[in-house]
Design a binder for this molecule. Structure first.
Ligand SMILES: Nc1ncnc2c1ncn2[C@@H]1O[C@H](COP(=O)(O)OP(=O)(O)OP(=O)(O)O)[C@@H](O)[C@H]1O
Length: 338
């Protein structure tokens, strides 16, 4: 469990993190979202004791970071993939971390195997691709078999197989009862991975809620219709106070009634339908709506965010993807009393 109480960080006049209070609970993946400059990295750095708060505090299982003895055994973090000493081999980089935290050597082989870097263990990370650097950072985060894991943009630079792998790894870590806190700009990825969301804007807490509730509360639901008889449909629905709105792709969108009701109204007038599909807005649309006011840096566009609904990325998966077998080798019990 991670607990933030009134966490605040000011840089001169700028309040980067503004009185944040929330908990990150074990057993679920918690996504951390916010527009550019919202304060996510600053918050994560304070969680890890890398920055001092101007006010408030962070507790890791009830303790401040600097009170943790051998902290890698409590909390593992991936902040910047390239924050690795370029001159040491991947193995020696992990060895240094292990030695200063009382972690046995064999754990290094385990985590290298887990992230798929065994073959390059004796190579220097300065020659690594972004994706390999990311995997080494993840290996370091996992080294102490910690109960709490924090990942800042973990899928940066990873190829589709790597993205799939880390998604399953994070879910597995949460299923094992660990606390998993992850930031990402990739909304479709977050929708597939996180169960719970914490959203900030200009340093302030904007939402702390389940993924499903967040999407339901911050987006519209509607029914998409395709018909060769749009006028007849308009008449059929108009009598019930419903207004189909034409969309550029030739479909119609109707809010205020479910698909069954619309289908019945169309059938009563014998209107032919080629499509009748309920739409859940995507996490991306919900996020854009919630944070529209707090976006600090944005491009000027002529279109708004509404109407950008796309069912892709909307629905968290039904758990159909089993965790990769390589992830099954996780934490093979070298620790006692866990
Ligand atoms: N060392 C610093 N000195 C001055 N201002 C800073 C410093 N670090 C961060 N800031 C400012 O604090 C705000 C929050 O920055 P932060 O990097 O935490 O945001 P973020 O949500 O992680 O952004 P991004 O998604 O772009 O990575 C920004 O306005 C940033 O310019």
């Amino acid at each position: 469990m991670i607990e933030l109480h009134g966490l605040t960080k000011r840089y001169g006049e700028k309040t980067a993190v503004d009185d944040l209070t929330f908990r990150v609970r074990p057993g679920v993946v918690t996504g951390f979202l916010g527009p550019n400059g919202a304060g996510k990295s600053t918050t994560m750095r304070m969680m890890l004791g890398l920055d001092n708060p101007t006010g408030g505090d962070v507790r890791i299982d009830g303790k401040r970071y600097d009170q943790l003895h051998e902290p890698l055994n409590y909390i593992g973090a991936l902040l910047e993939a390239k924050a690795v000493h370029g001159g040491r081999t991947a193995y020696n980089h992990l060895l240094c971390m292990a030695q200063s935290n009382g972690i046995p050597r064999r754990r290094i082989d385990e985590v290298l195997d887990l992230v798929g870097l065994t073959g390059v263990a004796k190579k220097r990370p300065k020659g690594f691709s972004l994706g390999m650097g990311q995997r080494l950072g993840i290996a370091a985060a996992l080294l102490g078999d910690p109960k709490i894991l924090m990942f800042d943009e973990p899928v940066n630079g990873l190829d589709p197989e790597g993205i799939h792998w880390i998604r399953n790894l994070m879910k597995q870590l949460a299923d094992e009862g660990r606390t998993v806190f992850v930031s990402s700009h990739l909304m479709s990825e977050m929708a597939l991975t996180a169960d719970h969301l914490v959203v900030i804007g200009q340093g302030k807490l904007m939402a702390d809620t389940s993924m499903a509730d967040f999407i339901a509360e911050n987006s519209r639901t509607y029914v998409r219709i395709r018909t060769p008889q749009p006028e007849a449909l308009r008449d059929a629905l108009g009598g019930e106070g419903l207004t189909p709105t034409p969309v550029a792709d030739g479909s119609l969108e109707v809010e205020g009634a479910d698909a069954a009701r619309i289908g019945e109204l169309a059938a009563r007038r014998q209107v032919v339908l080629h499509e009748l599909s309920p739409q859940r807005a995507s996490l991306e649309e919900a996020f854009m709506r919630l944070t529209a006011e707090s976006v600090e840096y944005h491009a000027h566009t002529t279109s708004g965010t509404s109407g950008a609904a796309d069912a892709s990325g909307a629905a968290p998966p039904d758990g159909g993807e089993a965790a990769g077998s390589e992830a099954g080798a996780w934490g093979s019990g070298w620790k006692k009393g866990d």
